[in-house]
Write a new protein. Structure first.
Ligand SMILES: NC(=O)c1ccc[n+]([C@@H]2O[C@H](COP(=O)([O-])OP(=O)(O)OC[C@H]3O[C@@H](n4cnc5c(N)ncnc54)[C@H](OP(=O)(O)O)[C@@H]3O)[C@@H](O)[C@H]2O)c1
Length: 278
């Protein structure tokens, strides 16, 4: 899909991958860029950088009714977006038995429900127009889960499930589903979700660390070329393929190089600090 002349909506645009992606789409000639996240000040600052083509919508994408209201207002003002990038996401790291239930719900709210509600709101318009592109930003955790972040992994698997279900349902409709899966990114994520970094297993070092702009570039390229599923960097695809062919080998290395639990310290329902090994 060509980018120039298009309306692009990016969720999670106040930081990291989403903010860089919005800027990249602006550079590629998008006519309108709708910046969505909860923090208005950050969105306004990015909009000032992008210029007149940017609109900001301060919104909790995990709030179903708020998304529906905002989507109606966006459609009235500028029509159905041509491209939607679902990048809003958060999630602390806990071993499953230590995850506060409300935290589980928050993790499902963004990225999973956020992507589901936003896509659900604009899909009928895209289908009626017989064109559009939805790009979901996924995580390697949706291919091989690692210890210490069960809620995070579950939410990313849910997002991957939605992506695959939509791909199969939208075949032949003119609406394209694109998935971009980056390895570790030096975004604001680890500052916004303290403790998460220490769950990343040593084996992940094989794929290095990316800057948000490298992912943004891959997202824009994937949308332009209508790619199905892109792993960044490419060697992440090789690791994922390896884990599909030899799951036990991947599980072994993830366990060897990942966060360890000390069974004696497990206390049911005890509140835990995010990312803390019990
Ligand atoms: N960083 C990595 O290593 C990495 C690797 C692979 C995949 N990912 C995934 O990529 C996505 C973006 O991560 P990032 O690295 O760009 O992190 P980030 O810098 O923390 O950005 C997350 C963005 O999501 C927004 N957001 C969170 N909850 C929201 C909600 N309920 N409603 C609306 N916006 C919400 C945040 O804005 P507000 O707080 O202003 O709402 C922010 O703009 C996440 O799903 C993450 O899991 C990250």
């Amino acid at each position: 899909m060509r980018i120039d002349g298009r309306t692009v909506l990016v969720t999670g645009a106040s930081s990291g991958i989403g903010a860089s992606t919005a800027k990249r789409f602006a550079e590629r000639g998008a006519t309108r860029i709708v910046l969505v996240a909860r923090t208005k000040e950050k969105l306004d600052a990015l909009a000032a950088e992008i210029g007149d083509r940017a609109r900001t919508v301060a919104l909790d994408c995990g709030d179903r009714e708020a998304v529906a209201r905002a989507a109606r207002a966006i459609e009235e003002e500028m029509g159905v977006p041509d491209i939607v990038v679902n990048c809003a996401g958060a999630g602390h790291a806990y071993f499953f038995e230590q995850t506060p239930p409300e935290e589980l719900e928050r993790m499902m709210a963004a990225p999973f429900f956020a992507a589901a509600y936003v896509t659900r709101a604009f899909l009928p318009g895209m289908l009626a127009r017989k064109s559009g592109c939805v790009c979901n930003v996924g995580s390697p955790m949706a291919y091989t889960a690692w210890p210490g972040a069960a809620g995070y992994a579950t939410a990313r698997w849910a997002l991957r499930g939605l992506t695959e279900a939509l791909r199969s349902e939208l075949r032949g409709t003119g609406v394209r589903i694109v998935s971009v899966v980056p390895t570790t990114v030096d975004s604001g994520y680890f500052e916004h979700n303290p403790g998460f970094e220490k769950t990343i297993p040593g084996i992940a070092k094989l794929t290095g660390t990316l800057e948000p702009d490298q992912v943004a570039k891959a997202i824009v390229h994937a949308v332009e070329r209508g790619k199905r599923e892109v792993f960044v960097p490419f060697r992440l695809r090789l690791l994922v393929a390896q884990s599909r062919l030899f799951p036990r080998v991947s599980e072994y290395f993830v366990a060897r190089t990942g966060l360890k639990r000390e069974p004696k310290a497990v206390v049911p329902d005890a509140p835990a600090k995010p990312g803390a090994a019990p």
